[in-house]
Design a protein around this ligand. Structure first.
Ligand SMILES: NC(=O)c1ccc[n+]([C@@H]2O[C@H](COP(=O)([O-])OP(=O)(O)OC[C@H]3O[C@@H](n4cnc5c(N)ncnc54)[C@H](O)[C@@H]3O)[C@@H](O)[C@H]2O)c1
Length: 451
């Protein structure tokens, strides 16, 4: 009854090369010896504990979130196909921090905490039947959905990368929604979206949490309504999050699914309370031009004496959230689900905004690194203002960790500790939004052989 699939034809060239992508039922039940064990676990639970599937639980956000939720007493099952690890191989890049295999990670967590996190290896974009079977066996109360290709530059690298990103992200989201309906279970879906769905222009107002109140002239007079905030995706990746948003609205309306969509800012930092407990629990730390996020990249650049690469004049303003707040927000969202029949709950999951050149100045002040303005490989506004409403999480008790020099110091120390692992040829952002743009390479590196 189980079909064995290969996804070779769905990945950009080379992505599938290194690891056979064939799994059996046994892989789904990795930590439990038999299906009987799984059935026994299904539905059991400590007081207030929930059964939670963390889709994409091997990734940068999903791994610390899985640990956090497990530490909070929930029963966590990670679902992942390790595509992110294969993308590292495709790009010839690696996490700055030496991350363990998922089974080593989970064994370490078991040792440290006495708690079990199980794993199901499923390609959620392709293996609908296995996903549905997993829901039927596990009967989770909550699904946290991180399982998407999340890099904007990666999504813009080539037609193959664009198509992969759309196929992967939209199919994962739709398969999950469809499987929830088909399972008949009342599951709360918590999805990680992005602030990027709103676009990065200047709105001239504080961006509301997902919905915009409008007044229009109707046939019988003025009409007042709340609509989804108009979208302005700035990349194919962001476009997939826009498509996700419409899928959520549809399934909440048609099937009364309970859905929370978290419009998340750029995550900074790398470790959380749990990942610090043991070296084997260490989280990924991307610094390369495709997956590295801006602040973490600056800190690595500073650690190895590479100029801080500011795209254009660095006038872009972006929303940020610390990784510890990210896991806390997900826990808060889980604890405050929408009712059946309610529209999708949308939270802006960010705690502060910063202009990129100001961030570079801050890191430069802290570390003595030089700053260099390089060409901007993205098609984006060179300057924008950004004000964002984030009352929902504040009202639920979030006390934000803001970008202080003390915390930056901690990340800078991590960057310095592993600097021998840095491949400088991977640092520049080379993925171009259109052919007429140029990569973000500092002048001194433009003609070197590795560049
Ligand atoms: N990292 C950030 O700064 C940030 C900011 C805003 C939003 N987000 C969102 O949060 C989510 C997680 O981001 P991340 O930084 O942890 O990314 P990541 O790439 O580190 O993790 C994503 C995980 O999902 C898995 N995955 C992808 N496609 C899959 C599939 N078809 N089947 C099963 N597993 C699959 C990957 O193997 C990986 O482990 C993404 O949806 C992203 O858009 C991240």
């Amino acid at each position: 009854m189980w079909s064995v699939t290969t996804t070779a034809d769905r990945f950009p060239q080379g992505l599938h090369r290194h690891r056979p992508f064939v799994h059996s039922l046994v892989d789904i039940l990795l930590d439990d010896e038999t299906a009987v064990g799984l059935a026994r676990l299904a539905g059991r639970g400590e007081e207030g504990a929930l059964k939670i599937l963390v889709l994409g639980g091997d990734g940068f956000c999903g791994w610390p979130a899985s640990l956090h939720l497990s530490a909070a007493g929930h029963e966590v099952v990670i679902v992942d196909n390790f595509s992110r690890r294969r993308i590292d191989e495709e790009l010839g890049a690696q996490s700055l921090t030496p991350i363990c295999s998922n089974s080593q990670r989970r064994a370490a967590w078991r040792e440290v905490s006495g708690r079990e996190i199980r794993l199901a290896v499923i390609d959620l974009a392709a293996d609908y039947d296995r996903l549905l079977e997993l829901l039927r066996v596990e009967k989770p109360q909550v699904i946290v959905h991180y399982a998407e290709q999340r890099s904007a530059p990666y999504s813009m690298k080539s037609p193959a990368h664009k198509r992969y990103t759309v196929n992967n992200n939209v199919n994962v989201t739709h398969n999950v929604l469809c499987a929830i309906v088909e399972s008949g279970l009342d599951i709360h879906l918590v999805h990680l979206g992005t602030m990027g769905v709103y676009g990065y222009g200047t709105a001239g107002m504080a961006i509301p949490e997902g919905y915009l109140g409008i007044r229009v002239d109707g046939e019988q007079g003025e009409l007042r309504e709340e609509i989804l905030y108009p979208t302005h995706p700035g990349s194919i990746y962001h476009m997939t999050k826009v498509l996700d948003q419409d899928l959520f609205a549809y399934y909440a309306k048609n099937d009364a699914l309970r859905i929370t969509d978290l419009h998340q800012g750029i995550v900074w930092g790398t470790s959380t309370t749990q990942t610090r407990l043991d070296e084997r629990l260490i989280n990924r730390f991307d610094y390369d031009g495709d997956y590295g996020t801006v602040l973490n990249r600056f800190l690595v650049q500073a650690a190895i004496g590479y100029p801080l690469t500011v795209h254009g004049a660095g006038g872009q303003t972006r929303a940020f959230i610390h990784i510890q707040d990210m896991v806390r927000c997900v826990e808060l969202a889980i604890a405050n689900p929408p009712r059946r029949g309610e529209r999708v709950k949308i939270f802006n999951q960010m705690t502060e905004t910063h202009r990129i050149r100001d961030l570079a100045a801050l890191v430069s002040r802290l570390t003595g690194a030089s700053v260099e303005n390089v060409p901007d490989p993205r098609k984006e506004a060179s300057e924008n203002e950004l004000r964002v409403v984030n009352d929902s999480f504040l009202d639920l008790g979030l006390s934000p960790i803001t970008l202080t020099e003390g915390l930056l110091e901690e990340i800078a120390q991590t960057a310095a500790k592993y600097r021998e692992r840095v491949d400088i040829s991977k640092i520049p952002a080379r993925s171009l939004w259109t052919k007429d743009l140029r990569p973000g390479v500092p002048a001194a590196y433009r003609h070197s052989a590795k560049q």
